[in-house]
Design a binder for this molecule. Structure first.
Ligand code: TRP
Length: 384
């Protein structure tokens, strides 16, 4: 971490206690206004109305196109380095909501190359994770007519020529300033690949507004893609973004939930018992030291991870969320009770998710979501 700063946020490192508002100043993104929120389909998804998505770029262009029945698209991807946990899947459920409500195209790129460059994993391991993650992405229930899943190394015929074109506008100095010093030349090239992801819907369907709903640490990729879009291609407009806070880790604190840390995270494949055990044992509590003190003084929902999980996503009903916060503050609701409730809601969500997760041949299941030959033709340069 840089000494002049008390927190660092790049796509490859999140350190310190993140100040989400100051981060917007640093990144040059805008807080989401009430007026912007009112232009989303009503009622807005809980992640929006509770301001988990709290900021953005060019949000109005996207909602305008969506509301006027114009072409609009959503890009949100996944770096397949291992099994997915709760925090990973939220942007995809959000993208699905946008698709249902607005008819937007959804593009889901998987950056297997990026994870190979960034992690100590073999390509075999990454490909295993890719197939596994694709099952979870399919379980979200996207419309196959309007959704494309691309994998960097499997769809390299269309991705590489575009990335090569864009890479020419990215200097090593920009990469270093945006991401920190890359550990290998793979990662110094990768920003051109992610820029390709963000521009892909426009290159397939013509110029139109795109939004990228992602955790705020990915915003540097959006900035870079916007620079590129402004420079080289006149057939694309700058992609916009919807930026979210991090889903709190079970152990609490302001960092991002991560599979690589010591404490476990809730995996999408966990059963009810596993969810319950992890939440009861590891979820950071905003409650008091013992029941007596809790009854007397009350707990603090703002730091309580079980409450935060319900607030972020797992309790859709606003009145219930408010009631839980009130009863917790009043000492009426105990930590154990709140955790039990959160564990049940998460387990219910996962049971539905898992019931839609295809088993069997993943290449067959994903086939309706891959780029068609005709779409590839539009993207691929004509050499021979
Ligand atoms: N880089 C992202 C990650 O590490 C994954 C990703 C690839 C992505 N392409 C994307 C995210 C496009 C959003 C949009 O998680």
């Amino acid at each position: 971490m840089n000494h002049a700063q008390d927190f660092t946020v790049t796509p490859y490192a999140v350190e310190g206690e993140v100040d989400y508002d100051r981060l917007l100043d640093r990144f040059g993104a805008d807080a989401l206004t009430d007026e912007q929120l009112s232009r989303f389909p009503q009622p807005p998804h809980p992640l929006l109305r509770r301001r988990v998505f709290y900021a953005g770029r060019d949000v109005d262009r996207f909602t305008e196109a969506a509301n006027e029945g114009g072409t609009a698209s959503v890009v949100t991807g996944r770096g397949p380095s291992g099994p997915m946990h709760l925090g990973h899947i939220l942007p995809f459920y959000f993208a699905k909501w946008l698709q249902e409500e607005t008819g937007a195209y959804v593009y889901v790129p998987l950056s297997d190359d990026e994870k190979y460059f960034a992690k100590d994993l073999t390509f075999d391991e990454i490909r295993e994770a890719t197939r596994d993650n694709v099952r979870d992405l399919l379980a979200v229930g996207f419309d196959p007519e309007r959704t494309r899943i691309v994998v960097d190394t499997a769809d390299a015929d269309v991705i590489y020529p575009l990335a090569a074109e864009f890479a020419k506008d990215v200097t090593p100095a920009t990469v270093e300033a945006t991401y920190g010093e890359p550990p290998n030349v793979g990662l110094s090239f990768y920003p051109a690949i992610q820029a390709t992801h963000l521009l892909l819907p426009q290159l397939v369907h013509g110029r139109h507004p795109t939004t990228v709903p992602i955790a705020v640490d990915q915003d540097p990729h959006v900035r870079l893609a916007r620079d590129i879009a402004g420079k080289r291609r006149h057939d694309v407009e700058k992609p916009g973004a919807l930026l979210s806070k991090f889903l709190p880790r079970l152990g609490g604190g302001g960092g991002k939930m991560s599979t690589s840390d010591e404490e476990p995270s809730v995996l999408l494949t966990d059963d009810r018992e596993a969810v319950r055990e992890k939440v009861m044992k590891y979820a950071y509590s905003g409650g008091r030291a013992d029941v007596e003190e809790h009854r007397e003084k009350g707990g603090d929902p703002d730091v309580d991870v079980a409450y935060q999980l319900l607030f972020y996503f797992f309790e859709e009903d606003d009145a219930t969320v408010e009631r839980l916060a009130r009863e917790y503050r009043d000492g009426e609701l105990l930590t154990g009770e709140l955790k039990e409730y959160a564990a049940e809601r998460i387990a219910d969500f996962l049971a539905t998710h898992q019931s839609r997760r295809p088993d069997g041949d993943v290449s067959e299941a994903v086939a309706p979501y891959r780029l068609t030959e005709e779409e590839r033709g539009r993207l691929r340069p004509d050499v021979f």
